[in-house]
Design a protein around this ligand. Sequence first.
Ligand SMILES: CNc1nc2c(CC[C@H]3O[C@@H](OC)[C@H](O)[C@@H]3OC)c3nc(N)[nH]c(=O)c3cc2[nH]1
Length: 375
Amino acid sequence: MRPAVVYELLKTDKETGARAGIIHTPHGSFPTPMFMPVGTLATVKTLSPEELKEMGSGIILSNTYHLWLRPGHELIREAGGLHKFMNWDQPILTDSGGFQVFSLSKIRDIKEEGVHFRSHLDGSKLFLSPEKAIEIQEALGSDIMMSFDECPPYPASREYMIQSMARTTRWAERGLKAHTTMDKQSLFGIVQGGVYSDLRQQHAKELASLDFPGYSIGGLSVGEEKHLMNEALEATTPFLPADKPRYLMGVGSPDALIDGVIRGIDMFDCVLPTRIARNGTTMTSQGRVVIKNAIYERDFGPLDPNCDCHVCKNYSRAYLRHLIKAKEAFGIRLTSYHNLYFLIKLMEDVREAIMEDRLLAFREEFFEQYGYNKE
Ligand SMILES: CNc1nc2c(CC[C@H]3O[C@@H](OC)[C@H](O)[C@@H]3OC)c3nc(N)[nH]c(=O)c3cc2[nH]1
């Protein structure tokens, strides 16, 4: 089948493996590297589609597991699909539910045919398989779908990893066969292998031979140290086709994004920016600002003097601190907007640095300003 998702490589940074490109999907195109806001329950918490477009969010995520449980994928299909249901007419990427089954449900039983588990909402018995995950994502009308995989717990033994990877490959093949409603392929394979470089390389090659339109790198950002994530990426991306997108799942923080781009990653997602925003922690060009801190009580300057988002142009740190302490809903709307804007803008700046072959210099300057070098 022809791919529904097409990657256009524009430039590779001369000093690193970093790439600048464009990803084309049935609902439009977006530049890469790109940070993708997470809208697990069909909403990027507290923000409207108009605000997401205004901040430059080219694509958002939603979550198969959660939407299947509530409000149900059949209801969303009747509503005309997820784009219509949530009034978002640009690209949507959905996860397969693999991760949530393993991270949310206590009781689960992994079998070859799929995973039996109980709903984290009402304890009812559920069964998720590669075929079911495809059925749900097709009902949602997702532009970029994820294969049903196992994200093994961290750490996992080599023996367990080898068995799990082999099953994840068999599940990926079943997903490719089940994905039939559209005349084009929009299913990504998910590379596993934990922190074992040889297994990462082996799984990348295995999935590359199945010719997916794109590849996710899973099994990371699950508690491993940063250098282990970087080493896993170095063992994976060189064995993935250069003309296909690479998506690092669940990442992340500004340093992890930059170091992921340097190792050939094009797409990222993470709940971090919106999750920390809800308790008033923000990312700024000078590092983290925890707005509830008393030092900001009479600080009438902008959250980030180097940021041109509407929050930094119109509201002061003192006002944000007041709203967050008073638990005013408008406060977390402002901190959520700024944090997402910050990461999307960071990826735009990184993309510019790639176009001008100066990504390592950009990394040095950003790390210095943000305060990473102090750690
Ligand atoms: C946080 N670290 C992390 N997240 C991960 C996710 C969930 C992202 C998904 O989870 C939701 O955010 C909580 C988002 O909806 C996202 O959708 C793609 C993963 N999903 C799958 N299928 N396989 C993996 O190996 C995997 C690894 C991860 N590591």
